[in-house]
Unconditional design. Structure first.
Length: 334
């Protein structure tokens, strides 16, 4: 029996990309699906274009959300979905032809049925990837690839919102997406993300299985604006803030242990600074001194420096957010 898949596509002000994404989904080789377009652009030009292109097709359902926010948009899609499975894709991604079939197959054919899955996410580079960009940090560009075999998600990793899917009822039972997280340019701290990770973490902690499905592949555009050093370090700072906010909302930052968190990340900053100082020595040792016993590292000199700088900025974000929690808790007592 074919499972119905409801695809939730949240978009705002990127009409051309959204239409290309929709075209790629419609071109899939799986018939039991619907696309729920949740538009947050006040002019609603996308609605008119969808009607002009596709008429009154039942495959596409349009919704307008007047209050911006990725989590709110996805939650609206989950509520309105008719399918047993709800899939999520970013508006700047392109679905491979077998994307929907890959999603349906893993929910149908796995011995221990997963409640949630993440797919492979390959890049569409807008320009050449800089040599300084560490491969370990590509997940923050919305990229994910751990091979060609379906398997349970690694313990330390969680699906990425650009390409993930889950059982609708489980998503609802777990509280859907926390609207205090997720990119939201209507609020001051707009780069706090983590709503996808928090939902997946809740599902995992409830005892459900989360799988990686490489046959559910999308290709994600990487904007040139995300490939400069300023954005890279800023993104890591806000990732640190995101982690603290997610843990706080899940009740994992206990009152009184804020100082230990701050101390831990001050030590991480100290170690990372020390490693940056040692980068020239390590570079000379690994690259310029010939030795049969040593293997050349894949990272360039600049990528090694940026990797350690990313750890520093991530820890700065953690410290900044943790100090904020301390201040809020003190103000409540006073």
């Amino acid at each position: 029996m074919s499972l119905m898949v409801s695809v939730v596509l949240a978009t705002c002000g990127r009409q051309a990309m959204a239409l290309e994404c929709i075209e790629s989904i419609l071109a899939n080789d799986y018939s039991e699906f619907e696309i729920l377009v949740v538009d947050q652009d006040t002019n609603q030009a996308l609605k008119n274009e969808l009607v002009a292109r596709y008429g009154a097709t039942k495959k596409i359902r349009y919704f307008f959300l007047d209050r911006k926010g990725l989590s709110r948009a996805r939650n609206l899609g989950v509520r309105e979905a008719k399918g047993e499975i709800v899939a999520f894709i970013d508006d700047d991604a392109i679905a491979d032809k077998g994307w929907l079939k890959g999603i349906a197959q893993i929910f149908n054919g796995t011995d221990r049925r997963p409640a949630f899955i993440g797919g492979k996410i390959l890049p569409i580079w807008s320009c050449l990837k800089p040599r300084w960009y560490p491969a370990e940090k590509e997940f923050l560009l919305g990229l994910y690839d751990i091979g060609d075999d379906a398997k349970p998600f690694p313990d330390s990793e969680l699906p990425i919102g650009a390409n993930m899917a889950g059982l609708r009822q489980v998503i609802i039972d777990m509280g859907s997406f926390d609207e205090r997280l997720g990119f939201d340019y209507s609020r001051k701290q707009s780069m706090i993300a983590g709503e996808d990770s928090m939902l997946a973490e809740r599902i995992k902690e409830a005892g459900y299985q989360i799988y990686y499905q490489p046959e559910a592949t999308v290709r994600h555009r990487v904007a040139q604006s995300k490939l400069n050093m300023r954005y890279f370090l800023r993104r890591h700072f806000w990732e640190g803030v995101t982690i603290v906010n997610r843990l706080m909302l899940m009740g994992k930052i206990i009152k009184g242990n804020e100082n230990s968190i701050i101390s831990c990340h001050l030590r991480i900053i100290g170690k990372s600074i020390g490693r940056i100082v040692l980068v020239p020595y390590n570079y000379v040792y690994n690259y310029l001194i010939p030795s049969k016993k040593k293997k050349k590292k894949e990272r360039s000199f600049s990528a090694q420096v940026m990797l350690f700088l990313s750890e520093i900025f991530n820890s700065l974000g953690v410290i900044w957010a943790t100090i904020g929690i301390k201040k809020k808790r003190r103000s409540k007592l006073s």
